[in-house]
Design a binder for this molecule. Structure first.
Ligand SMILES: O=P(O)(O)O[C@H]1[C@H](O)[C@@H](O)[C@@H](O)[C@@H](O)[C@@H]1O
Ligand code: MG
Length: 285
């Protein structure tokens, strides 16, 4: 029987690489000549421009109207953020936006694809490192053409944990974020890290470079592709309260094994973040 999504998967890799090229060019030319303040506007244009290229390429390849799109920039402009049963692309055109503005070298294009509300595949192109991470449901996870596996570390005292403080600077949230990080550091673990992009953090879990990544405040487009890649690399995904992973919940723990995931969950001070699908007034089918 023909594999219905292989063509979409291969095309997603091509589009991610093309988008990464646009980001690299923008970084090399426009960013260097502008001051930081004007750079921020430029980055918004770059984010929007890259998302338009990605969605435009997908619509050209698969036709208008047959597929749905959840893109960070489109949702920011009021497009719906609801996962229906239709084939749906979940896109973060520039994950690591702040990194990009500052020339901090971790910026990723994240493209995921879901059918019947199930994630089918994920592609993350770390465009400044020129590394293509990808995974299809049930078919393993790869960095370029090399199979990748999560870490085999069982003891959390011998782990590196990665997380982010996000963009919210409200004192009560910042306090909870850093109190959680302090408790995890003092378990103790070998170290805490953060690349500045959730997609890259999840690839670091999938390659075994770190044992776990957790964050409250991320969006579905930050983690959808990484979720498939971590799972196919042998990792686990949970909600920060220990329940099942929920793509639209704005929170997540991904780890190399469940013991380490649940040990981290014990230390997380949970704060609320409005669900991605609640942020959308329009309720689709
Ligand atoms: O770069 P973004 O697409 O905005 O996502 C980032 C976010 O900006 C940062 O604060 C962290 O939450 C990262 O985990 C996200 O990937
Ligand atoms: Mg992002």
């Amino acid at each position: 029987m023909e594999d219905p999504w292989q063509k979409a998967y291969d095309f997603a890799v091509t589009v991610a690489r093309k988008a990464g090229e646009v980001i690299r060019k923008a970084g090399e030319s426009e960013i260097k000549v502008s001051t930081k303040s004007s750079t921020v506007d430029l980055v918004t244009k770059t984010d929007e421009r890259v998302e338009k290229i990605i969605i435009g390429s997908l619509k050209e390849e698969f036709g208008e109207g047959t597929h749905c799109f959840i893109g960070e920039e489109s949702v920011a402009k009021g497009e719906p953020c609801i996962l229906t049963h239709k084939p749906t692309w979940i896109i973060d055109p520039v994950d690591g936006t702040t990194n990009f503005v500052h020339g901090f070298p971790f910026v990723a294009v994240s493209i995921a694809f879901a059918v019947n509300k199930q994630l089918e595949f994920g592609v993350i192109y770390s465009c400044l490192e020129d590394k293509m991470y990808k995974a299809r449901n049930g078919k393993g996870a790869y960095c370029d053409d090399e199979l990748i596996q999560v870490s085999d570390v069982k003891d959390i005292n011998k782990s590196i944990i990665i997380s982010e403080h996000g963009t919210d600077r409200s004192p009560e949230k910042v306090k909870k974020i850093f109190s959680t990080m302090q408790k995890i550091l003092c378990i103790p673990v070998h170290g805490l890290r953060g690349s500045g992009t959730a997609a890259t953090n999840m690839c670091l879990v999938a390659t075994g470079a770190v044992e776990a990544f957790f964050e409250i405040g991320i969006h579905c487009w930050d983690i959808a592709a990484g979720a498939v890649i971590v799972k196919e690399a042998g990792g686990v995904l949970l909600d920060v309260d220990g329940g099942p992973f929920d793509l639209m919940s704005r929170r997540m723990v991904s780890a190399n094994n469940e013991v380490i995931a649940r040990r981290i969950i014990k230390e997380i001070e949970i704060f609320s973040a409005e669900r991605d699908d609640d942020m959308c007034e329009i309720q689709l089918e």
